[in-house]
Write a protein that binds this ligand. Structure first.
Ligand SMILES: [Mn+2]
Length: 353
């Protein structure tokens, strides 16, 4: 198990590499070329510069989150092959730089969705929260505007203003894309990139949909054990794997998180481990990583990862905003550092018992 920490780059993050270096047990960061747009081929110079910056601080790049997928690949537009070619070029650049884990998602239009970025909890901390009844009453533009207001001035990953400006056009493009079509387009993409993944030993790790059900009538395909197993089997190559994200899969209380770990055994290349508190169906808020603060049994999750032979990259996920920190919502230093320490503690106890 390799404990890592997400870092948004010196231009975008409120947290420095020097701070990350001081979190016990963290030696790697998960980052990306912020400022790149989905569909473009990354340059070796930019990747190497990022790598040198991280290494100068005594850390390494453990993986990329994310190399985003152009919407034309997801919709299966005629231009998809060109964008897949660019994706392959990016993977080549990463492979040559020794970066061997790539997280991505196949969600239409949006990355994650929340109805509130700063919901107050009884302890005075604030967290990201979701309430389906609120989402049902608004449209995507209104949601973006309200999220943008509470983002503390940070650009939210997956919610970049350039992207939101094209939102109507994107919804049009996805109109003919059924759940089945979206899945076929994912398989088409994966089959095309497996040769370069084989060549450079790059593990692709698809991120589950967040939340794990359709939002704004857009199809969602990586939502539960059945869909994950179907995806792994459709391209049965060890480099086609999963980002096991408790916070996304766990949005649906019907998902048995430990069951999913067992079902995807050997194909989990990356784990996002955090806790959620379920208030009611379709209504949840994020919590501290500690089991007692939310609805998940974090010990059982870590134990199942351990017992199924997980030896991949792991990171704490969204944290609460605490101790007056001003940061990108969910991505402050303090609570995620507490999360890393807690997960490391669980892991050490599991290994020694
Ligand atoms: Mn995640």
């Amino acid at each position: 198990m390799e404990m890592t920490f997400r870092w948004f780059g010196s231009k975008y993050d409120s947290i420095t590499l020097e701070q990350i270096r001081q979190i016990p047990g963290v030696r790697g960061v998960i980052t990306t070329l912020y400022g790149s747009t989905p569909g473009e081929a990354w340059s070796a110079d930019e990747v190497n510069a990022l790598k040198a910056e991280v290494e100068k601080a005594g850390l390494k790049i453990s993986g990329i989150e994310s190399v985003n997928i152009h919407d034309d690949i997801k919709t299966g537009a005629p231009t998809r092959d060109m964008y897949i070619e660019n994706y392959i070029k990016t993977l080549e650049v990463l492979g040559k730089a020794g970066i061997k884990m790539v997280c991505y998602n196949f969600m239409p239009v949006f990355d994650w969705t929340r109805s509130d970025l700063a919901k107050k909890r009884p302890d005075g901390s604030t967290v990201l929260a979701y309430d389906q009844s609120v989402i049902d009453k608004i449209n995507p533009e209104t949601m973006f505007a309200s999220l943008d207001k509470k983002s503390n001035g940070f650009v939210l990953p997956g919610w970049e203003p350039e992207r939101m400006a094209r939102i109507k056009e994107l919804f049009e493009a996805y109109k003919p894309v059924t759940k089945e079509k979206l899945f076929d387009n994912l398989v088409y993409f994966l089959k095309a990139i497996m040769p370069v993944c084989d060549k450079y030993d790059i593990d692709m790790a698809i991120h589950p949909d967040d939340p794990a059900w359709p939002v704004f009538d857009l199809p969602r395909i990586i939502t539960n054990e059945e869909q994950i197993v179907k995806m792994l089997k459709a391209v049965d190559n060890k480099h086609n794997g999963l980002t096991f994200c408790t916070g996304s899969l766990g949005t649906n209380p019907k998902n048995d998180l430990c069951g999913i770990i067992r079902a995807a055994k050997g194909r989990i290349h990356f784990a996002h481990v955090r806790n959620l508190y379920h208030e009611a169906p379709g209504k949840f808020e994020e919590a501290a990583h500690l089991s007692a603060d939310g609805s998940f049994d974090m010990y059982a999750i870590m134990k199942t990862l351990h017992d199924t032979g997980f030896d991949g990259i792991i990171r704490p996920d969204h944290g609460r905003t605490i101790w007056g920190e001003v940061s990108m919502p969910g991505y402050g230093l303090y609570d995620r550092a507490l999360g890393a320490a807690y997960l490391n503690g669980l892991w050490e106890a599991i290994e020694k018992s």
